[in-house]
Write a protein that binds this ligand. Structure first.
Ligand SMILES: Cc1cc2nc3c(=O)[nH]c(=O)nc-3n(C[C@H](O)[C@H](O)[C@H](O)COP(=O)(O)O)c2cc1C
Length: 205
């Protein structure tokens, strides 16, 4: 599939068939996802990949029992045979920006706190986003479905349970699988306009 076609076809898929997907293909998609840009070439992003029954721990910590029993989307999403957790390490970025070729940035280790307080923009989340986008596009191009879910609960407990070293942050999860066509349409804002009208500003805002 052409890149342009994958970009235009990609949609968040939120209902999957339970069938497993090819393990080698998943490895290839993850490998490709790590070829994106990272600030200072820090490469401070990582994945924890859960497959089949191992995916249950993600749903247990990242969602509530109330949501799971009430959401019409949960059954379809929880069938996803692969849940790839997107992680990033703020510490890796602080250390990298303390190296001789970057120390002039003032973003390296500090005597106060963990050093992240000097960063006007947390590049680690941007870099995680780049790898997520590559994974979503790679899955689309391979004929699979995928969705990104942000994370706003259970981070510490989930990462502890998975043996993730201290300091790593969870940005969210990419669900990957075969779409089953039973998505519940979003009530939110509809599709993005296909032109850049209103948001692409030329010469000046
Ligand atoms: C940072 C971020 C967090 C998101 N969190 C969720 C989420 O928690 N649950 C969900 O169903 N979709 C989530 N989405 C998906 C968006 O709702 C989706 O990308 C948007 O509605 C546009 O739809 P499309 O990706 O299918 O084009 C998230 C997307 C981003 C970029």
């Amino acid at each position: 599939m052409e890149l342009t076609e994958a970009i235009r076809q990609r949609r968040m898929v939120r209902s999957f068939a339970a069938d497993p997907i090819d393990a080698d293909l998943v490895e290839r998609l993850l490998d490709d996802s790590l070829r994106g840009p990272t600030a200072g070439n820090t490469r401070g992003v990582a994945w924890v990949v859960l497959r089949g029954p191992d995916t249950a721990i993600y749903w247990e910590y990242a969602t509530t029992a109330g949501w799971r029993s009430g959401s019409e989307r949960y059954p379809g999403m929880s069938r996803a045979p692969v849940v790839a957790l997107s992680l990033c390490s703020p510490t890796a970025y602080v250390e990298r920006y303390g190296e001789p070729d970057k120390e002039g940035s003032g973003l390296g280790p500090s005597q106060h706190g963990d050093g992240t307080g000097s960063w006007p923009i947390p590049y680690w989340f941007g870099d995680a986003g780049c790898s997520i986008m590559l994974l979503l596009l790679g899955a689309t191009a391979a004929g699979l479905g995928a969705a990104f879910l942000g994370n706003f609960r259970g981070e510490g407990e989930l990462l502890d349970a998975l043996g993730v070293p201290a300091g790593w942050r969870l940005f969210g999860a990419v669900l990957i699988g075969t779409p089953d066509g039973k998505d519940h349409p979003s009530e939110s804002r509809g599709r993005r306009p296909t032109t850049g009208a209103g948001v692409v500003h030329r010469s000046r805002w």
